[in-house]
Design a protein around this ligand. Structure first.
Ligand SMILES: *[C@@H]1O[C@H](CO)[C@@H](O)[C@H](O)[C@H]1NC(C)=O
Ligand SMILES: *[C@@H]1O[C@H](CO)[C@@H](O)[C@H](O)[C@H]1NC(C)=O
Ligand SMILES: *[C@@H]1O[C@H](CO)[C@@H](O)[C@H](O)[C@H]1NC(C)=O
Length: 189
């Protein structure tokens, strides 16, 4: 090749790259997680980064304190790259994004994917909390019962079956068998 042709060759190559980078023809990569983005602690999750069949390099990144850090790279032509996180924990939970490389340029970043880890011990905490809340609510229930009894006690004398009251207290003074006997007809009726 003559020197002049070589220069021309490179010029065209450069121009080609420029054009490709400028028109932003690379589609936005997709990102998703299977089975889902909420993962129990220590379970595995697969992150899928979708590009084009011509993409030969995929890069998964996680948002650190303020910047994204590369987690893993996958080399090889494929339309979708799979990244597996074997054991989910608080370190692997977070915001992920990915991008791919095609020819000479990187694609833009995908949308952010938030992976959440659920702690199994947390579930114990919630039941514990429920029990604790129940215990805290118990005095209220007792109070309500007392109030209800009080209210009923005030209601009963107004009713016509006022006479039942002394009768009831009377039967209570009797033996247990007589008391239950006295109650039986009312129950069966
Ligand atoms: C991207 O460029 C290719 C050729 O390189 C073309 O076939 C395709 O239609 C373009 N896609 C978009 C979305 O412009
Ligand atoms: C995490 O899961 C693996 C199996 O996937 C198991 O072998 C390991 O014991 C688990 N770790 C804990 C701390 O439960
Ligand atoms: C990021 O977090 C690490 C600890 O996880 C800390 O040491 C580091 O200073 C933080 N960096 C910034 C820029 O906040």
């Amino acid at each position: 090749m003559a020197p002049r042709d070589t220069t021309l060759f490179y010029l065209v190559l450069c121009l080609g790259q420029k054009i490709e980078a400028q028109d932003g023809n690379l589609s936005i990569p997709t990102i998703s997680a299977t089975p889902g983005s909420v993962i129990p602690w220590n379970e595995s999750v697969k992150i899928l980064c979708g590009g084009t069949p011509e993409s030969y390099l995929y890069q998964l990144e996680i948002l650190g304190n303020s910047t994204y850090k590369v987690v893993e790279k996958k080399l090889g032509f494929q339309k979708t790259a799979e990244f597996v996180i074997k054991h989910m924990d608080t370190n692997t939970a977070g915001r992920y994004q990915c991008r791919y490389r095609k020819q000479y340029s990187w694609s833009v970043h995908s949308e952010a994917l938030e992976l959440v880890v659920t702690d199994t011990t947390n579930q114990d905490y919630t039941t514990e909390n429920l029990i604790r809340m129940g215990m805290a609510g118990l005095p209220l229930v007792v109070l309500l019962v007392i109030l209800a009894e009080n209210w009923l006690g005030r209601q009963v004398p107004h009713k016509e079956d006022q006479q039942e009251l002394p009768e009831l207290s009377c039967s209570r003074q009797k033996t247990q068998t007589e008391w239950t006997f006295g109650l039986t007809p009312r129950v069966t009726r």
